[in-house]
Design a protein around this ligand. Structure first.
Ligand code: NAD
Ligand code: ZN
Length: 340
């Protein structure tokens, strides 16, 4: 099968011919319909985040069709040919995080596309039917983006719900692959006024079409002041940072109000001082790491109702290096999806 593998951080992907994988006991072989190109893979490719075992087929945002069940697998009602999305945060299945339904927090970190081989290929082996969710009629190429670009913001927004009561405000920083869905979940799940921030005017335009109430250019001198005014001097009740550089974290920490919450999603490596008098009283700070299998089913339920808008650019898998270049230059509107 065709697969795009990364051999060295800092280098391009190489398209290779690899043997088609065989699913082992309990495993399932998926024929890939589409694999979303996450900025996290760009961090890996560039070497911004700790090295993973190379060479590796990346791609942790996958959807496709069931091709083959491994020997002895209980199909739990799934059939060959079923269209499915793949929950990618695979763990050991037995620790307290896995058993509590937060498998993506397992220490084993067996995430498909980061530990085992991922979906920048024609086929993908998944560990069990438990990581599959039926697409339920959602277009499989679009559905691929739901497994991370939508699931991660969904999980981040659920962490803010207790704060986002009527009359509240939410600040959403970064309107890329993840941010496009973050704005929509804030509008769908909460009554908050949504303020979106992006350095790129085209992304700010996109934010307005997705339901943001106001957009702000973080490079304008009075960005912080504008947020203060928009929130009646109180600051935002929730901030979600989908970028995670020093400047976005500084803006977020300065903008979060009393008893508010700052949720860091972006992996760009930034940091911010967190001290008693440095942040609003009783403001919380947390990271948010992907989402759970059950949350993915909830995201699919929203997509099946037709209430999610997905901005997706489709490319052949062989264009992978050009697509990563586009992502690096900030030219992707929404999410790019590679089709083998
Ligand atoms: P993306 O490249 O699609 O989008 C990034 C957006 O941020 C772009 O619209 C860009 O214009 C904007 N931006 C860049 N610098 C900015 C700044 N200083 N201020 C405001 N806006 C700025 O990226 P993505 O795929 O949406 O991923 C976003 C981040 O989230 C990445 O760091 C990625 O690794 C991370 N991520 C985290 C998780 C998690 O579980 N925590 C999951 C997936 C992705
Ligand atoms: Zn990702």
């Amino acid at each position: 099968m065709k697969a795009a593998r990364l051999h060295t951080q800092g280098a391009d992907f190489i398209i290779e011919d690899l043997p088609r994988p065989r699913p082992g006991p309990g495993e399932v072989l998926i024929k890939i319909a589409g694999a979303g190109v996450c900025h996290s893979d760009l961090h890996i490719k560039r070497g911004d985040v700790p090295a993973i075992r190379l060479p590796q087929t990346l791609g942790h945002e996958n959807a496709g069709w069931i091709e083959e069940f491994g020997p002895g697998a209980d199909s739990h009602g799934f059939e060959i040919g079923d269209a499915v999305v793949v929950f990618g945060g695979w763990g050991c299945g037995n620790c307290r995080f896995c058993l509590g339904g937060r498998e993506q927090l397992c220490d084993t970190f067996l995430w498909g596309g980061i530990g085992p081989a991922g979906g920048y290929a024609e086929y993908l082996v998944v560990p069990s039917v438990r990581v599959l969710v039926p697409t339920g009629g959602v277009d499989p190429v679009m559905a691929a983006t739901l497994t991370d670009a939508a699931l991660t913001p969904y999980s981040a927004v659920t962490k803010t719900l207790s704060r986002l009561v009527p009359g509240s405000s939410a600040l959403s920083i970064g309107v890329g692959g993840l941010g496009q869905y973050g704005i929509q979940f804030l509008k769908l799940l909460t009554p908050a006024r949504v303020i979106a921030v992006d350095t790129d005017p085209a992304k700010r335009e996109l934010a307005l079409t997705l339901g943001a109430d106001v957009v702000i250019d973080p490079r304008s001198d009075d960005a912080e002041q504008q947020i203060k005014e928009l929130t009646g001097g109180q600051g935002a009740d929730a901030v979600i940072d989908f970028v995670g550089v020093d400047s976005t974290m500084a803006l977020g920490a300065a903008s979060v109000g009393k008893q508010g919450i700052f949720v860091l999603v972006g992996l760009a490596g930034g940091s911010v001082p967190y001290s008693f008098f440095g942040v609003a009283q009783e403001a919380s700070l947390t990271t948010s790491n992907w989402g759970s299998r059950n949350e993915l089913a909830e995201v699919l339920a929203l997509a099946q109702r037709g209430v999610l808008v997905s901005h997706v650019e489709e490319y052949p898998l062989t264009a992978i290096n050009d697509v990563f270049d586009r992502l690096e230059r900030g030219l992707v509107a929404g999410r790019a999806v590679l089709i083998p």
